[in-house]
Design a protein around this ligand. Structure first.
Ligand code: FES
Ligand SMILES: [Fe+2]
Length: 354
């Protein structure tokens, strides 16, 4: 399976990258070390010393450089070797590591895995609704043993909450819901609404809804390639206009670690204007959500990955249901973007994938 390289990928919550510490992660099969320079700006280098290939994150962060723990070669933020403590100190031409463009926006750190010249921060999808300047954000993370596109499918088709999350997020009305799929450019919206829905006791409690009160609910997912989704959920008491409803914003952000493992950052936001109550709600909600995500979605997707193995998803001729519209649309966009990128790199003949 091929990845999309010219894209911004979430690389972590900004708060995960602490001053003076190195954070090592693998993205798209590439080992990367991230750190903040002396100005606090996040940097990323290939996490492999070009001398004897040990991870640079085992070394020492010295100002704006990393010194390799093994024989002391030292690299600056651009990946250039700036110190060779051996012999006459001459720096071999090949003594350099790749550096990756980074951005820090919406409380997240983003990495550009492709051609550095094409890394334009304006291409990052809009997650203003989770900007820590305006919001208290409950934040969490999982490493899932499943391909990231299965994660796209999971969020783009929320019909599964009726079955997989019946005790927490679901209800028997979800599969009867109205579904709309809208594509604007390469952005895909998968929208589901229900009416006269009796929510789970958990959801009633978390949203302050009187037990048994019927609601009309909407679950709108906005997808951007490769796998960044903003979920807007809202409800009104049944029969009341949508404008009266309360909306909540959450993120489902996925970055492939490998073909079969995925980083998953999810967060939920409450306005800072709520004061301390908003902060408490953000913490309570994220603690509550980790249960269904880690105990229900994650084992299901990992089992799915095991069943699919290395096989191409479409080669298995999946049955398609009406609820698959958004997920399939997103897959088509992603496949096309990857194909176009591969063609532009001359990696495949243009007819090979058509
Ligand atoms: S392995 Fe890094 S300096 Fe030798
Ligand atoms: Fe789920």
């Amino acid at each position: 399976m091929k990845f999309l390289y010219n894209a911004w990928y979430p690389a972590g919550w900004a708060t995960d990258i602490e001053t003076g510490k190195m954070v090592a992660k693998t993205f798209l099969n590439q080992r990367i070390v991230m750190f903040r320079d002396s100005q606090g700006v996040v940097k990323a280098l290939e996490d492999r010393c070009p001398h004897r290939f040990v991870p640079l994150h085992l070394g020492e962060l010295k100002g704006d450089t990393i010194q390799c723990a093994y024989h002391g070669l030292t690299f600056d933020c651009s990946g250039a070797c700036v110190l060779n403590p051996h012999g006459n100190g001459a720096i071999p031409k090949a003594a350099k590591v790749r550096s990756y463009p980074m951005a820090e926006v919406y409380g997240l750190v983003w990495i550009w895995m492709g051609d550095a010249d094409k890394a334009d921060q304006a291409l990052i999808s809009d997650f203003t609704e989770l900007d820590p300047v305006k919001k208290f954000v409950g934040k969490s993370y999982l490493l899932v043993n499943a391909n990231y596109v299965l994660e796209n499918d999971n969020i783009m088709d929320l019909s599964h909450i009726e079955f997989l999350h019946k005790a927490s997020l679901g209800s028997s009305k979800v599969s009867e819901g109205k579904i709309d799929v809208v594509q604007v450019g390469d952005t895909v919206h998968s929208m589901r609404s229900t009416s006269a829905e009796k929510l789970t006791a958990d959801l009633e409690r978390m949203r302050g809804i009187p037990p048994g009160q019927l609601v009309d609910r909407w679950l709108d997912v906005r997808w951007n390639a490769p796998a960044s989704m903003l979920l807007t959920t809202g409800f009104t008491y049944t029969g009341r206009p949508k404008e009266e409803g309360r909306e909540l914003f959450s993120t489902h952000l996925f970055t492939p670690e490998t073909e079969s493992t995925t980083h998953y950052w999810f967060g939920i936001a409450f306005p800072r204007s709520m004061g301390p109550e908003g902060e408490t709600l953000a913490e309570q909600n994220i603690k509550w959500l980790i249960q269904p995500f880690s105990k229900e979605d994650m084992p299901m997707l990992e089992a799915q990955q095991q069943t699919i193995g290395d096989r191409d998803f479409w080669s298995l001729n999946p049955v398609l249901l009406p609820s698959d519209g958004g997920a399939v649309r997103a897959r088509r966009v992603l496949d096309r973007l990857i194909k176009e990128e591969q063609e532009s790199l001359g990696l495949v003949a243009s007819t090979e994938l058509s």
